[in-house]
Design a protein around this ligand. Structure first.
Ligand code: ATR
Length: 266
């Protein structure tokens, strides 16, 4: 039997086990996907131990996405974003991927949203914002990063080719010109708030929210009310998993099965 898992702390409420187990079961692959709540002070032992035990693949979540970099051969997406969310233990050693970035692009493709040549606004400057900003840039968008702490927006924008950094006060002006507006802040997580003013939305754009609790955030609700297309945070979660699954197994992931499993647990 193959063994895959998610390493993080905490991981108790992770949606990765049902997401991946549904795919393994559907394809008749003899594998189990389990949770590993690792001790943050013993993370090197944890990664080396996983390799020594013959674990086949890991999803890496907070707070280990940066630490993991040291223990893998980084694939291109990892070198760019500076964080690892997927490890494939191969005969040549552990290879690190960032499917938060590549998966988000697949989520947009799945919704027939062409990013090339668009103006994309990323709100936030943390880990999620980094994956989105690099992903959008890679897909050919002009990226503007806006954040409450403006200096962090400038820091991120400096790393992303062609991107600009802004304070949150500039968000309404940026939205007026935007084709895509993505929330990568924690605003809206288990609350009815939005980081974007309701009256700044227009119908000619796509709204994406990295928050998935609740699925229907105020951010997306305001966007939809203005006639904008919306993509909820479960799609990012789904496709980072789809990309990881395909990297590990070399099989086409059963996307509909995984989507159903994920949404039934949300
Ligand atoms: P992650 O790594 O999951 O993206 P993070 O690094 O904690 O999370 O980043 C959270 C983001 O939400 C940051 O951009 C943060 O802004 P600051 O850099 O100014 O802290 C943003 N954020 C959190 N609460 C916010 C609020 N009330 N208003 C605006 N932005 C907020």
């Amino acid at each position: 039997m193959d063994v895959y898992g998610i390493i993080g702390n905490p991981v108790e409420h992770s949606l990765s086990p049902p997401l991946h187990q549904a795919a393994f079961d559907h394809l008749g692959i003899d594998a189990r996907f389990v949770t590993f709540e690792a001790d943050p002070d013993r993370i090197e032992e944890a990664f080396r131990g996983a390799e020594a035990l013959g674990i086949d693949g890991l999803t890496v979540t907070l707070p280990f996405k940066h630490d993991a970099y040291e223990f893998v051969d980084p694939e291109e997406s990892v070198e760019r974003v500076g964080a690892v969310n997927t490890i494939d233990f191969t005969d040549d050693g552990p290879i690190g991927y960032n499917t938060d970035m590549t998966g988000t692009l697949r989520a947009f493709e799945h919704h027939d949203v062409e990013l090339d040549g668009t103006n994309a606004v990323v709100v936030g400057a943390g880990g999620a914002a980094r994956a989105l900003a690099f992903g959008f840039e890679e897909a050919g968008a002009d990226v503007a990063v806006t954040n409450r702490t403006e200096s962090k927006a400038h820091d991120l924008a400096e790393d992303v080719p062609g991107a600009t950094g802004h304070g949150l006060d500039e968000l309404p002006d940026l939205m007026a010109e935007a084709d895509v507006v993505a929330n990568a802040t924690s605003v809206g997580l288990e609350s009815d708030e939005s980081v974007a003013p309701a009256d700044a939305w227009h119908g000619d754009c796509v709204a994406f929210d990295a928050v998935y609790k609740p699925l229907e955030t105020r951010f997306l609700g305001d966007a939809a009310a203005a006639g904008a297309q919306t993509i909820d945070g479960a799609w990012m979660l789904l496709f980072q998993g789809v990309d990881a699954f395909e990297t590990w197994t070399g099989e086409d992931a059963p996307v509909d099965v995984m989507n159903e499993a994920l949404r039934s647990h949300l």
